[in-house]
Write a protein that binds this ligand. Sequence first.
Ligand SMILES: Nc1ncnc2c1ncn2[C@@H]1O[C@H](COP(=O)(O)OP(=O)(O)OP(=O)(O)O)[C@@H](O)[C@H]1O
Length: 606
Amino acid sequence: MEERGNISIHTENIFPIIKKFLYSDHEIFLRELVSNAVDATQKMKRLSSIGEFTGDLGELKVKVEVDKEARTITISDNGIGMTAEEIKKYINQIAFSGATEFVERYKETGGDKDQIIGQFGLGFYSAFMVSDRVEIITKSYKDGTEPAHWTCDGSTEFAIAPAHKETRGTNVVLNVTEDSEEFLEPMRIRTILEKYCKFLPVAVEFEGEVINNPNPIWTKQPSELTDEDYKEFYKELYPMSEAPLFWIHLNVDYPFNLTGILYFPKLKNDFEVQRNKIQLYSRQVFITDEVKDVVPEFLMLLHGVIDSPDIPLNVSRSFLQADSSVKKINTYITKKVADKLNEIFKKDRTAFETNWDDISVFVKYGMLSDDKFYEKAKDFVLLQNTEGKYYTIEEYKALVQANQTDKNEQLVMLYTSDAEKQHAFVEAAQSRSYDVLKLDTVIDSHFIGMLEQKLEKTTLKRVDSETVNKLIERDETKESVLNDTEKEELKGVYEQAIDNKNMMVEVAPMSPDDAPVVITLPEFMRRMKDMSRAGGGGMMFMGDMPDTYNVTINANHPLNQRVLKAEEKSKMARQAFDLALLSQNMLSGAALTNFVKRSFEIMTNE
Ligand SMILES: Nc1ncnc2c1ncn2[C@@H]1O[C@H](COP(=O)(O)OP(=O)(O)OP(=O)(O)O)[C@@H](O)[C@H]1O
């Protein structure tokens, strides 16, 4: 006998709202229905293990079938099934109350899509996003119960009738609407299954094939796994990627539940950084690859999976940020990553150094964005010098302390941001036995600022920010071969020859071995400009200002003594200045052409 009834929800217009809202996300109906089927089979397993069910479990599985002609999609399982009474309770009341709640939230937020997280757990109800009639044919595992057939055409009315079904379990049949025809394409269904169901814990069969891996390695104990297992799993996740550097197996059950594996990928370069590579699961059901808020910002560059039933998925984003378990997860992941890096550093320094170029972005980014991470990472962050040697901060301080402490007791760390371009300066520094660090990545300018802030009595100077005699200031005064009048005259000669108000000429006594002319961009000036270029600090105007360089004329260099005595003073001065520009890659265009002409001329007349 057929029974008819009304589904007790107070919102009559629930369907149009749900259809409209989830338009772009219609595909999740399959995730929801397959998850329900998996849940039903797992409940069966549990009942059997506690002795509540003593019959034959059979091979537990879920099947998805598409019938293009009949225009149906069927999701069937051999789980616990439902009696007619249970359908009324679980489907008519519970499933629909979830949907009602959704609509209420939708109204609260004024229909703002972004405020309601995209993957609101709509459960069974999501079937109506793609079909105008849904049927459930089900037989409970309980002895002596009758199979039931539930039908609902998308209104709030339903019908329940007896059914013919021999075996235990549930078939959900979706009669697909015209505007959802895409879901009648087997390829489309396969793609969705591979996205959401790839690691569901029970076999999911489609077109005679099991499409999932029910025992992904993150659900196992690290002690059961080999390096090969981790590498293979990485390949399974990202078939196109190079092998990872190393990985971290996450495994907590208190105070929150979380498992997962995070991989450190090989970064080709830091511009090609790929975000959204971490996949978030809840009990092996794929939820999203937008892990913002759950994973600390600086670790979004990692790859892998995180599985936690404790992450509230059906709440708004702002709530997620404030959620205490999300915060704890964040802190936990940060700590685990720091500990792992420290462990590799201690156990195998050579491997750590070999991989440093790939890891350094994470470490520096982490130190900059998270104080707790800084505290741990300061002991293993590496500084590399121009000779390719690596030092920890403490080791490096010890190395340069004696030779690079200035008259104010400041330790001066020298660095180059481009060893090729700044070659002349690096060499000048090395001629004084100074050590020069390589800090040449995008993140390094911020890293330098942070080091200065955190390290006491320490300054970092780019090698080309001063003439070598001033890089590390000492109390000694250098004797000048030229007297004050001669110095003034020399200054005038150069100023006239250079004829550029952005070049500030100064005559100073340096060593006769130092270059005769050195062009520098003061550290302060350059940092301000870098900052304004990066759009920070309210100094936008500086970005448009031309660079103001210091041109230091070495009063003790024999060349400059010759300039003063020469017939064509200006020509010689210009030639020396051009050579300085040339050594710094700053000579181009007409200036370069003139320089070459002049050089030939000088050689011809010699
Ligand atoms: N294939 C199935 N076999 C047995 N029971 C089912 C099946 N599908 C749904 N149910 C029952 O219907 C209830 C409601 O399902 P629905 O998917 O709407 O919500 P849920 O699974 O409890 O929560 P959510 O899907 O939001 O995580 C389930 O809790 C379950 O009791």
